[in-house]
Design a protein around this ligand. Structure first.
Ligand code: AMP
Length: 230
């Protein structure tokens, strides 16, 4: 049975970190729509050129473009054993299209990582990523600190930078957009037996363990319900 997962949750909840970890552990691809768009921006493709300003202002790229990207990605053969969607769906229209794309596939397990807004702002405005391979900086390395200036990425040796959309004004806008457009997805998915809410304030190790437990239950068809699993 394939492991088809979506990681919901606001920006800064730890979706990317946890998706990387789960993908590595289970040998399935992580599909981050944010990463796909950032690659398109760097490669200066038509989609990238159109998406750049939208991303830098904290708004959402159109449903039509995003659904097309994900449809193409889920057509690739490497998803036969499963996939993790990180950052998609972000609107109800994207979620209903995704349900259409799931016909004939193992049903989605939906992991909602919950973190309060003040903590999200703190995390995002201090977050660093590798300027070359985009991996997250190690825990505790914070934007503006002295160690950050000399630290190098453990994967590729690149220097760490802040994402263009991780400044305070854009972070607040992204959180507003999340509340308006993406948060309704929690209600969209909550009634499904494969939905699970996770407390994202725990350590990354504890969050990872809670996700493993939730996915195992979801895969066994148990009623994971909507309560937090720790
Ligand atoms: P992320 O790396 O997931 O925080 O995404 C960075 C930015 O890419 C977002 O703020 C949006 O502008 C855009 N983006 C990523 N995924 C989507 C999506 N599913 N729908 C619309 N815009 C998206």
């Amino acid at each position: 049975m394939a492991l088809n997962l979506i990681f919901l949750g606001p920006p800064g909840a730890g979706k990317g970190t946890q998706a990387d970890r789960f993908a590595r552990a289970h040998g399935i691809p992580k599909v981050s729509t944010g990463d796909i768009l950032r690659e398109a921006v760097e490669a200066r493709t038509e989609i990238g050129l159109r998406a750049k300003a939208i991303m830098e202002s904290g708004q959402l790229v159109s449903d039509e473009v995003m659904i097309g990207i994900v449809r193409d990605r889920l057509d690739r053969p490497d998803v036969v054993r499963g996939f993790i969607l990180d950052g998609f769906p972000r609107t109800v229209a994207q979620a209903t299209s995704l349900d259409g794309l799931m016909t004939g596939r193992t049903p989605l397990a939906v992991i909602d990582i919950q973190v309060p807004e003040d903590e999200l702002v703190r995390r995002l405005t201090h977050r660093l990523v590798c300027g070359q391979c985009r991996a997250n900086a190690p825990e505790g390395l914070s934007a503006g600190s002295q160690e950050a200036a000399s630290a190098r990425c453990g994967h590729c040796g690149g220097a760490f930078v802040q994402r263009a959309d991780d400044n305070q004004a854009v972070v607040l806008e992204r959180l507003k957009v999340y509340q308006r457009d993406t948060r309704p997805l929690v209600e969209y998915y909550r009634a499904r037996p494969t939905f699970c809410a996770i407390d994202g304030l725990q350590t990354p190790e504890a969050v990872a363990a809670a996700i493993e437990a939730a996915v195992a239950q979801a895969c066994h068809g148990a009623d994971v319900g909507s309560g937090a699993v720790r």
